[in-house]
Design a binder for this molecule. Sequence first.
Ligand SMILES: *[C@@H]1O[C@H](CO)[C@@H](O)[C@H](O)[C@H]1NC(C)=O
Ligand SMILES: *[C@@H]1O[C@H](CO)[C@@H](O)[C@H](O)[C@H]1NC(C)=O
Ligand SMILES: *[C@@H]1O[C@H](CO)[C@@H](O)[C@H](O)[C@H]1NC(C)=O
Length: 457
Amino acid sequence: MIKSLALLSLAAQVAYSQSTTETIHGAVIFSRHGDRTWKGAPPTKLTTVGQNQLFNSGEYWRSRYLASGSQQQISGIDSNIYEPAQFSAAAPNQALLVTSGQAFLQGLYPPTTVSETLANGSSISPPLSGFQYAAISTIPDDSPETIWLKGDDSCPAYDYSVAQVSTSTQFTDLEKSTKAFYESFYDRIFAGVLSADKMSYKNAFTIYDYINVGMVHNTTIHDAISSSELTQLRTLADSHEFALSNGEARSVSGRTLSAKILNQLTSVIDSKGSKNKLTLYIGSYDTFLSFFSLSGLSSSNADFTGLPDYASAMSFELFSNSASFPAEKDLHVRFLFRNGTENGDAQAFPIFGGANTMAWTDFKAKMSDIALATVQDWCGFCGSSDGFCLQYADTGILTGQSNGKELKPAVAGAIGALVALNFVGIFVILGIFFGLRIVRKSAAQVVQEKQFDQAAL
Ligand SMILES: *[C@@H]1O[C@H](CO)[C@@H](O)[C@H](O)[C@H]1NC(C)=O
Ligand SMILES: *[C@@H]1O[C@H](CO)[C@@H](O)[C@H](O)[C@H]1NC(C)=O
Ligand SMILES: *[C@@H]1O[C@H](CO)[C@@H](O)[C@H](O)[C@H]1NC(C)=O
């Protein structure tokens, strides 16, 4: 009730703030993939339900940013024809994410039946009723570009920090208090799927995910689970995943995404609105959650500590109150979020503790504060030894300095601990070699288990 009243007043504010003669010059959309098969049984695939969700989302954003007649149509954008200078899309090179992007693009740029007249005078129609070949860049995980949409992957400082929070008292207390609850699902649902010792808060997301997928696709699960059980599983998974995305190093994927968004909107400004009018990125829920925590959304509105639904999208739109492209100081930014595809319109929300819209110059300053702006910064922040980081190895990144910027103590500490962790690793190897057994669980093992249950897609 309170929630819906708040939404109503928000909607009123949005309607009010958009009633002036506002011109949108560019927007960047970040979207989650749609309904999919269980992450625990790869290859994970976008389902028919998921295809429809992304298609719906593409149509929704089309109706806002492309459709002629829309009050928010981006200035000068072609409303029907895909034009690479105006629009681009990118996704990490993972089938689920790429397919999700493709389904979105089909909604965004539906077929256009433009026929062509040939030299001999005959007219020819395109295949598939004019399907448009809107391109989506796929980013391999060994490319330095991978950090912008997947900043947490292969980031040791992130892994270390996740391992720390996973052994915190907050987690171990919850593990104890929810043990019986999780175990109650074993015989009914998980026998033969997960081993019995996995039935705990440690695997909150994996367990929730299996059941959530099953609620849509598996009759046994659909009939066996009550809606209050599902809600409880979801709420626990929310708290678990939010904790893993909230914190200096744990929010790394939101930091790199922020840099990418800032760059893309800057390129709109540099071209005076003639290039990169609309951008689509596809990614995972953990990147949403880390951006929500970095931007203050989750501290001012608890809804933002929950997992975004499938095919959720957030958009950053650049606008002015003039028709022509203004000076930088007269540009504004609005943040919008659409939770899944069944909750109506996207809503504007205040980021960085401000109002529903903010001056571009403020936005730029606030985003720069949280962003990891260069690959070198990321390599230093993460303490990564990825191939593309090696070129920076002699610039002091492992001693806690990168690009002249002093790393914040928490991160530098994490890196120091990682060096120690590698040291433990060497001991484990030596131990195996000499027939010794190390009984205490190493932090590296905790990280590995974490990676199993985290399944951040
Ligand atoms: C015209 O040219 C196209 C492509 O070369 C060909 O397929 C078509 O049969 C031609 N039509 C006539 C009437 O010659
Ligand atoms: C449906 O879920 C049950 C319970 O986990 C499982 O035993 C069964 O194999 C699943 N069916 C399919 C078709 O995946
Ligand atoms: C999105 O919806 C889910 C429930 O489906 C909820 O848990 C979450 O808090 C919502 N997020 C926002 C920002 O409203």
